[in-house]
Design a protein around this ligand. Structure first.
Ligand code: MG
Length: 379
């Protein structure tokens, strides 16, 4: 039987690649609902190609444009946060792909879990901002989380058939971003254009900047802590500029497993959508005949302080990780708009963290309130 899929964020980088994967496994996967923002032409194209029952867009104005362009169609078009929730909980969906960047999708993903949907999780902010709460819901509902992040997909592949108690540590690889070799003194002169040239992965602008600051890696450390239920002392980061080894797991006997592959997000997306069943595809392959050298080095946490912030904030917990995420969202936005320079991103984040009164064991309302305050403070 075909598995029904809802996609939160169908026009983004992960959403588009998810649809590519769906289109090569038509007998296994079908899109039943999609949520997007305002890219009218692409939304119309996706509706025509995948015929979902339900589509949600940002606003009534976008809905009217989509309907005008689409012509007669059976699709139902909903709007706003209510529409997003409907897509997340669409009854015919078995799996929800969470791929809206930032914290916008937190509520929707939580509702999807409560509605007993398995989650293919690309939006790491869900685990960063509300990891404890989210994992509690996941356990209560008995649903499964399939990470789309390449590192976490790698770790879950390395852990297949292993006993959790035998994990010595996780070693998450980082590309190091475009400024790995740039001296720190130059950071104040770097612009969005410099940062958007990511060496190995093709991604959206927000996550590309997060890679350049290593904030993305910091988020992935917090994400791994929640997903794999391990203390921060058991999670390490290693810089591996070629992005071929997607992560390692070391076991208590000193044996280390790695997962490797071409740096192509469609591979972890496919693994998540097919729920860990391996099927033939035509994505890029890794060739050892062509690959020249793989290198590894420890990250420079002084040069890239955001990584250290994530460890510190993750260990403290409470509402602080939500502040880290929101302050980073704002700082990245200002950087992309050319309002602050690259060196000011961690400074802005640090300021917001210092000003925050942390609340331990927060409820969802506390987390959302902390996010809001951090957004005003940082802007
Ligand atoms: Mg990643």
């Amino acid at each position: 039987m075909k598995k029904g899929i809802s996609i939160l964020g169908s026009t983004g980088s992960i959403g588009r690649q998810t649809l590519e994967v769906v289109s090569i496994f038509p007998s296994a996967l079908t899109v039943v609902a999609m949520a997007a923002k305002d890219e009218v032409d692409l939304i119309v194209e996706q509706i025509k190609k995948f015929s979902p029952k339900l589509v949600s867009v940002e606003s009534e104005a976008v809905k009217q444009k989509v309907e005008a362009k689409l012509g007669p169609s059976k699709v139902e078009i909903a709007t706003g946060s209510e529409g997003l929730l409907r897509v997340a909980t669409e009854p015919s969906a078995k799996l929800v792909v969470a791929a809206i960047p930032g914290s916008l999708s937190l509520l929707a993903v939580l509702e999807a879990v409560k509605a007993k949907k398995d989650i293919a999780l690309a939006t790491k902010e869900v685990l960063v901002t509300a990891g404890d709460l989210f994992m509690q819901e996941v356990k209560a509902s008995g649903v499964k989380i399939f990470p789309i992040d390449s590192e976490h997909s790698a770790i879950s592949q390395c852990l297949r058939g292993e006993d959790h108690k035998t994990i010595q540590k996780l070693i998450i690889t980082a590309s190091g971003g475009p400024f790995l070799k740039t001296p720190k003194e130059k950071f104040a002169t770097l612009t969005a254009k410099d940062a958007l040239a990511h060496p190995t992965w093709k991604m959206g602008p927000k996550i590309t900047i997060d890679c350049a600051t290593l904030m993305n890696k910091g988020f992935e450390v917090i994400e791994a802590h929640h997903l794999f239920e391990l203390d921060y002392s058991k999670i390490e980061v290693v810089v591996h500029p070629q992005s071929v080894v997607h992560s390692f797991v070391e076991f208590v006997d000193g044996s280390i497993k790695a997962q490797l592959g071409a740096p192509d997000m469609r591979i972890p997306i496919q693994y998540a959508l097919l729920q860990e069943v391996r099927m033939q595809n035509h994505w890029g392959r890794l060739s050892f005949a062509k690959a020249s050298q793989f290198t590894f080095q420890p990250p420079d946490k002084e040069k890239f302080p955001c990584l250290q912030y994530a460890y510190d904030v993750g260990r403290v917990g409470g509402t602080l990780p939500a502040v880290l995420n929101s302050a980073n969202e704002v700082a990245v936005k200002l950087f992309l708009q050319g309002k602050i320079n690259f060196a000011e991103i961690p400074q802005q984040i640090k300021m917001a963290l210092n000003q925050h009164q942390n609340k331990t064991q927060p409820l969802l309302g506390d987390i959302l309130a902390a996010e809001k305050t951090a957004q005003t403070l940082a802007s």
